[in-house]
Design a protein around this ligand. Structure first.
Ligand SMILES: [Zn+2]
Length: 237
C-alpha cells in the first residue's frame, strides 16, 4: 500500500472506531435496560406504599383483637361473680347484669370492627401478591435486557478490535512524521483531517485555494502531502 493510501486507510479506521464508540454509547439495548429498571423501581415504590398501608391495618386489627380478649375476660369474670353465689343482694345482681349487657354490646361492636379491618386487608393482600408477580416478571425482563446489552456491547467491541487491528496494519505503511501530522490535524478536523486534492482544490473545506497555491500543489508529484492554505487540512496531491 502506498503511504498516502495507507494514511487514508488509517483515517477510515479511526472514523469507524469513532462511529462504533457512538453506537456503543447509544445502544437501544441500554435504553431497554434502563426502562426495565425504571419499571422495577416503580413497582418497588408501590410495594412500599402498600406494605405501609398493610402494617397500619394489621396493627389496628391486633389492637381491636386485644380489646376483644380483654372484654371477654371481664365478661367471664362477671359471669363468675353473677352465678358463683357471691352476689348477696338483688340490687347487686341487677348492677352486674347491666354491666354484662353493656360489655356484650361493646364486644359485638369490637368484633364488627375486627371483621371490617380484615376485609380492608384483603384487597391490600391481593394487590401485594399481584405486585410480587409483576416484580418477578420485571426481574426476568431486566436479566434478559442485561444479557442482550452485553451481547450487543461485545459485538461492537469485536468490531472496534478489528478496526484497530486494520489501523495498526495501515499505520505501519505511513511514515512516522506523516502520522504525527495526521494525528495533530485530526484533533481539529476529525474524519476529514486528510483529504484529496481534486478539481484543483482542497476537498475538505468550502474555500478556494488562491490560484498560485493551487498551481503549486498541482505541480507536486501525485502522492505528495501538502496542506490547504485556507483551512489547514492535509491535502494529498
Ligand atoms: Zn481546505
Amino acid at each position: 500500500m502506498s503511504a498516502m493510501d495507507a494514511l487514508f486507510a488509517v483515517q477510515d479506521e479511526d472514523t469507524i472506531v469513532g462511529q462504533l464508540g457512538h453506537r456503543h454509547a447509544h445502544l437501544s439495548e441500554r435504553r431497554d435496560l434502563a426502562d426495565a429498571e425504571a419499571a422495577r423501581a416503580a413497582t418497588a415504590a408501590e410495594v412500599d406504599d402498600l406494605k405501609s398501608a398493610h402494617l397500619d391495618l394489621y396493627r389496628r386489627q391486633r389492637r381491636y383483637e386485644g380489646e376483644v380478649t380483654a372484654v371477654e375476660d371481664r365478661l367471664a369474670e362477671l359471669d363468675g361473680m353473677l352465678y358463683g353465689g357471691s352476689v348477696t343482694s338483688p340490687k347487686e345482681a341487677v348492677a352486674l347484669q347491666n354491666e354484662i349487657g353493656h360489655l356484650r354490646q361493646r364486644l359485638d361492636s369490637l368484633e364488627g370492627t375486627v371483621l371490617e379491618t380484615m376485609e380492608e386487608l384483603e384487597p391490600v393482600d391481593k394487590a401485594l401478591a399481584e405486585l410480587s408477580t409483576r416484580a418477578g416478571t420485571e426481574e426476568e425482563s431486566i436479566a434478559t435486557c442485561r444479557s442482550a446489552l452485553l451481547a450487543a456491547e461485545s459485538t461492537v467491541d469485536g468490531e472496534v478490535a478489528e478496526a484497530e487491528e486494520r489501523r495498526v496494519l495501515a499505520a505501519g505503511d505511513v511514515p512516522t512524521e506523516v502520522l504525527a501530522r495526521y494525528e495533530w490535524a485530526r484533533i481539529s478536523f476529525g474524519a476529514s483531517a486528510v483529504v484529496h486534492f481534486a478539481g484543483g482544490d482542497c476537498n475538505g473545506c468550502p474555500y478556494s485555494m488562491p490560484a498560485v497555491e493551487a498551481d503549486r500543489v498541482r505541480a507536486l508529484d501525485v502522492g505528495t502531502l501538502a496542506e490547504c492554505s485556507e483551512c489547514g487540512r492535509l491535502v494529498v496531491r
